[in-house]
Design a protein around this ligand. Sequence first.
Ligand SMILES: [Zn+2]
Length: 317
Amino acid sequence: MSPQPSSAIRRSTTAAETNMSLDRPGLDELVPSRYAVKIGAIDVMVISDGVVTPPAESMATNADPAVRAAWLDSMFLSREAFDWALNAVVVRTGGRTILIDSGLGVEVPDFPRAGNLVHRLEAAGIDLASVTDVVLTHMHFDHVGGLLVDGVKERLRPDLRIHVAAAEAKFWESPDFSRTAMGPILSDVARRAAKHFLNEYHGQLRPFEAEYEVAPGVVVQRTGGHTPGHSVVRLASGGDRLTFGGDAVFPVSFDHPEWHNGFEHDPEEATRVRVRLLRELAANRESLVSTHMPFPSVGRVAVAGDLFRWVPTWWDY
Ligand SMILES: [Zn+2]
C-alpha cells in the first residue's frame, strides 16, 4: 500500500507540525490502531489517535507524592510522564456513521505521538465524508483537535451534525481553569482550541441539555464534572450495552477513584461522576471504553472491596 494518503490535504507548514500533518505514513503501521466490537446490531470501532505524555503528577493532584510514586512503580510506569492512550470511537448503525471525539490533531507540538485519527480512519476504510454525526464528550483539545487539522472540515459533509452539551459550549465562552492543574501553557492551548472549534463549527452544533438520542440505541448523556458539559455515550442494542466514558474514567481510577486528575475543572464533582459510573457499570456488567484507557480500551468493571478492578475484554479475532 502507498504510504501517502490519496486525498489532497493542505499541508501544515510549521516545523512542529511536520511530524503531525495528515501527510505521513500510516497505512502500513505494524501495531493495529483499530478494534471492532458489536453491541447488538450496532458496529463500534475504537480508533487510536496515539499516545500523549502528560506529567505523571497530573493524574493525581491530590495524592501524597510518595503514594503516587509507589503506584506508578507498581504499574511499571515512569514517575515523570506516562503514556496516556488517546482513543476515539466510530459507531455505525441504521445508515448513520457517528464519530465520538476526534483526538489531538496538531494542537500540542509536545505530543508528537498523537494526532493520527484521520489517517487511521482512512486505514480502517472510513471516509470523513461518510461521517453523519460527531459527538463530543467535551471540548478539551485532545477531543476536538482532530476536527481542527487543516483540510478536515472541507472533507466533512456540509450537513454534519455535531452534538455537544449546551453547558460545554457555554463554558468555553469564558472558561475557568482555577481548579485544574493545567498550568498557563496547556490552559492557553485549551482556550485556543475550544475557541477555534466554536468559530469553525458553530453552524453545525446541535447542543443538548441533559441527553440526546443521536440514533436508535445511541444516547449521549451529560455528566459534568471533568468539564461542566462533559458527557458519556451509552450504546444499547439487542440486550448488549457499552458506555464510552470519555474522561470520566482514567487508568488510575480503578485503584484510586478519589484521585483528582489535573485536567478536571471540578475535581470533586468529577470524582462523584466517576464513582457513580463505575458502580453502575460494575452492577450491570456492560462494556466500557474510555478515551485514556490503554488501547483497545474495551473492558468491564468489577468491584474489588471498596475499590474497582479493570477487566480487559479478551481480544477476539
Ligand atoms: Zn482527554
